[in-house]
Design a protein around this ligand. Sequence first.
Ligand code: ATP
Length: 371
Amino acid sequence: MTNTSFNIVLLKGDGIGVDVSEAAFAVIEAARTRIGGFELVVKELAAGAAYFQESGRDLEPGAEDAAAGSDAIFLGAIGLPHIRYQDGTEISPHLRMREMFQLYAGVRPVKAYPNAPQRLAASDAAGIDLVVLRESTEGLFYSAAAHGRDTIANDDEVQDILRITRPTTEKLHDFAFKLAAKRKARGGQGHVTCVDKANVFRSMAFFRKIFDERASAFPDIGQGYSYVDAMALDLIRKPWVFDVLVMENMFGDIISDLAGGLVGGMGMAACAEIGDEHGLFQPAHGSAPDIMGLDKANPLAAILSGALMLDYLADRSGIGAPADAATLIEAAVNQGFHDRRLRPMEFGGSQGTRALTSELIDIIADSPVAV
Ligand code: ATP
C-alpha cells in the first residue's frame, strides 16, 4: 500500500478547545497506526482570543495561507467571554475562514449511542441516526453583521436578506444526495429530506425546485420534503425515521441544536464544514470557559469530528485507509458506550478528558481490524 501523507493545519484555540484537540489527535494517531497506509503531517498554529490578547491577531501570521494550502483544517474552539475585537464582537477567525474558503456544507451528525443520555422516552429513540446538512455561506446569514452586509436602512426599519443562489444550492443538494448514498452503502436508509418553508417564501420554493432538479440524478436515494415547522415537531415525535436533512443556513442553525439535544449534550456534537476545495473540522461546542483547565470536557465531539476529517481525506484522495481509520474510531466509540467503558463526566460519569481519551485508545487497540 502506498504511504500517502496529508497536511493538516491544527488550530487548538481557547479553553477546552486545547484539551479536546489534543484528545482528538491522540485518538486519530491510535487509529492511524492501527490501520496504516497513510500519514498526517500536523502543523499547529496559534489562534484564538487568548492569542489575540497577547498579539493583537486572532491567527498566527501565515495561518490563513497554511490553511489554504492544507488538506484539512482542524479547529478546537475559539473565543473567551472577556476578549473582544475593538468593535465589541467576538473573536472569530473561524467565520472568516468559512467565508474565505466558501465552506457551504455544514455537516452535523446526530446519533444515539448506547447507554448515553436519551432525552426521549420512546425506545425507538435508541435508533436515532441522522445528519443535519446546513448550508453555511448564504441563506439568512448572508446579511449577518459579521459578514459586513447588514442592511440597516434607518432607525425605523431594519431588513436582513435571505439569499439563495443556484450554484451553491445545486452543490448543497448534490452533497446531500451523495452523503445519503455513502450512508446507504454503510447500511443507512439512503434518504434525503428537503427542509424548507416553500409554501411561504419564494427563496424557499427556489431551494426546493433545485432539490427536485438535482434529485433526478440520484434515483436510488429516497426523497421527501418537510416544512421546517413540521420538522421541529417530527424531530421530537419520531426523529429515528430521518436520514439526511438538507436546509438553509438559519434553519440549520436551529434544527441542528434541537437534534443534537436529542442525543446528549454539546460534547457529542461533531461538525464538518466542507467547500469545493477545503474542509474544516471542529466540535460544534465553544471553548466552555466554565470548565476550562479542569479536565472535565467531553472530547468525543472533537474525536468524532476527527473521524469526519479522516473520511473527508479519503473521499478527496481516493485512498481508503483514512476512511477505515474513521470507521475504526466510530466503531470504538459505539463499542465503548455499549460496554460502559466510556463514561464522560458530561453525562454524570467519572471520566475526565484524559481518562476517557486513554480508555478510547485502549478500545481501539483491542478492536479487530480487517486486513
Ligand atoms: P459558543 O458561543 O462559542 O458556542 P457557548 O459559551 O455558548 O460558546 P459552549 O462553550 O459550547 O457554549 O458551552 C455551553 C455549555 O456546554 C457550557 O456549560 C459548557 O460547559 C458545556 N460544554 C460545552 N462543550 C462541552 C464539552 N465538550 N464537554 C462538556 N461540557 C461542554
